[in-house]
Design a protein around this ligand. Structure first.
Ligand code: ADP
Ligand code: MG
Length: 243
């Protein structure tokens, strides 16, 4: 786009997914959950992954983020220290990458109910190694940037669905990750609130040079991303197209 002087041709890919496959063992045999996913993403790009329930969307996010490892295929992160093949790393190393470089937003706010909004955001900073003082300062900054500075002392049960998702966005971005994964982040919201939350999510990610990988059922939400990848029957159909 004209806003971004760096075109993909000038940049190294941030993420390269090649022929990714995984199957789960069930009582009736092997159930393929992802069959042959391919995707290349550059810094600041966004992709919406759409498809019916059970088509493998969450599984794909787990593979890309190193929560699960594939049966075959590869997930390669480009870093300033060279390419990293995620499935070649130990579980401990993958957890380290998730804490430092990745952020997550889920459908139902997976906020800890007994912590305040500020403490929920600060917790991911503490896990990333910040001091308590730094963590609380970053948490306040992040809550302010999503318009919730007045809510830092509220507990999740005292927030609306949209507010809770904005806290989740603040938390996901507090450690300054390169990639944000969002699994149906607007699924439990009405359409007007969904629109506002997606706007907030894009502001906190692609507009800051971060990459966004979002699962969604909502075509209006998907259309806000640079690419739309459709999954049918565990397969990504066609190639994602540049907006
Ligand atoms: P979606 O997010 O698109 O609704 P999922 O990725 O959650 O789909 O699931 C894809 C398929 O893999 C489904 O058939 C689901 O039952 C199966 N599946 C997902 N996770 C597991 C697991 N941990 N063990 C066994 N089967 C699983
Ligand atoms: Mg899912």
């Amino acid at each position: 786009s004209h806003d971004n002087p760096m075109t993909p041709a000038d940049q190294a890919p941030l993420l390269q997914i090649t022929d990714l496959e995984v199957a789960f063992r069930s009582s009736t045999g092997l159930v393929p959950a992802v069959r042959g996913a391919n995707l290349t993403l550059y810094p600041g790009q966004s992709v919406a992954i759409v498809g019916e329930s059970g088509s493998g969307k969450s599984t794909l996010l787990h593979l890309i983020s190193g929560i699960d490892v594939p049966d075959s295929g590869s997930v390669v992160y480009g870093s300033d220290r060279g390419d990293v093949e995620v499935s070649a790393l130990s579980a401990r190393e993958r957890t380290g990458i998730r804490r430092r470089h990745l952020g997550f937003v889920f459908q139902r706010d997976m906020l800890l109910p007994d912590l305040t909004a500020g403490e929920n955001v600060a917790l991911s900073c503490l896990l990333d190694g910040m001091t308590k003082k730094e963590a609380l300062k970053v948490a306040m900054d992040r809550l302010t940037s999503v318009g919730l500075s007045a809510y830092s002392g509220q507990r999740p049960g005292e927030l609306s669905g949209g507010e809770a998702q904005r806290v989740a966005i603040a938390r996901a971005t507090a450690t300054d990750p390169q990639i944000i994964f969002a699994d149906e982040p607007t699924a439990s919201l009405d359409s007007l609130t969904a629109e506002a939350v997606v706007e907030e999510l894009l502001q906190a990610t692609t507009e800051q040079g971060r990459t966004l990988i979002m699962v969604t059922h909502d075509p209006a939400v998907a259309s806000r991303c640079n690419h739309v990848a459709e999954i049918h029957d565990a397969r990504i159909q066609g190639r994602p197209s540049q907006r």
